[in-house]
Design a binder for this molecule. Structure first.
Ligand SMILES: NC(=O)c1ccc[n+]([C@@H]2O[C@H](COP(=O)([O-])OP(=O)(O)OC[C@H]3O[C@@H](n4cnc5c(N)ncnc54)[C@H](OP(=O)(O)O)[C@@H]3O)[C@@H](O)[C@H]2O)c1
Length: 236
């Protein structure tokens, strides 16, 4: 049987990189993507040195042409895709009490954040879910508790709204894909020690990817259209 093929976005560091490692350890063919080609190659070399089956491919999730090139590569090399992890994300809201207020949020920051955190996953789903045509697919959208409507707080307004919108994207795709064995879910990794999370975060990267990897490898009777942390459903 052919190995399953997985794409992880924003995978040269942080949660994306560790997700690649964990998926490759499960004997999945991983395509590690990064917007900086050299950083992607360096990341792949690290995993190959551990004996893992990972290849690099450039991908800027804000660039439609770059997404089409990736889809073409998958079609040519593998003929199909099994797993898509929409992990690439940015948090560009300025820090500080007054800057974090929605009253000071700039439309330019919101647009930039939405482009990466929402439009990227949308274009990737549109381009790559059609390659899951063999009655199997797992899509994981790496969201955040910061986007929970039920627990909305102040600060990082652009980031929060982008993750709420990403959760809506999860629900809309999951609904349209009902009955296809393509399962689409959102995950909150918790507060994780990466460049984004900072060194005071409570979780290691290994802990952070646990539920991402679980959703990426769900059995056929697994959930779809859900939002999970620590493998448990959490409120929207
Ligand atoms: N860390 C946390 O505590 C936490 C909590 C909740 C949710 N999350 C979510 O988890 C995901 C990963 O976060 P992280 O903590 O691993 O962050 P990170 O260390 O800052 O890594 C972010 C990754 O996204 C990539 N990226 C940014 N813009 C991109 C673009 N246009 N195209 C392709 N790749 C792009 C970055 O590439 P470059 O190296 O080129 O910049 C980097 O590889 C994000 O979606 C984040 O919102 C993180």
């Amino acid at each position: 049987m052919m190995k399953k093929a997985a794409i992880v976005t924003g995978a040269n560091r942080g949660l994306g990189f560790e997700t690649c490692r964990q998926l490759a350890k499960r004997d999945i063919q991983v395509i590690l993507t990064s917007r900086d080609e050299a950083k992607g190659k360096a990341a792949v070399e690290k995993l190959q040195a551990e004996g893992l089956n990972v290849v690099a491919h450039p991908l800027d999730v804000t660039n439609a042409e770059s997404i089409e090139h990736l889809a073409q590569f998958i079609r040519n090399q593998f003929g199909r895709l099994d797993i898509l992890v929409n992990n690439a994300g940015i948090a560009r809201d300025p820090l500080g009490d007054s800057e974090g207020s929605i009253f000071n949020a700039k439309v330019s920051t919101i647009c930039e954040t939405m482009e990466t955190n929402l439009h990227g996953p949308l274009l990737l789903c549109q381009a790559l879910i059609p390659l899951m045509k063999h009655h199997y697919g797992r899509v994981v959208n790496v969201s955040s508790g910061a986007g929970q409507l039920s627990d909305m707080k102040t600060g990082f307004p652009a980031y929060r709204m982008s993750k709420t919108a990403l959760n809506a994207l999860t629900r809309v795709f999951a609904n349209e894909l009902q009955g296809t064995n393509i399962l689409v879910n959102s995950v909150c990794p918790g507060w994780v020690r990466t460049d984004m999370g900072g060194s005071n975060a409570t979780r290691s990267v290994e802990q952070g990817v646990e539920t991402i990897v679980w959703l990426a490898t769900l059995p056929d009777d697994g959930p779809t259209g859900g939002f999970f942390r620590d493998r448990q459903p959490i409120p929207w």
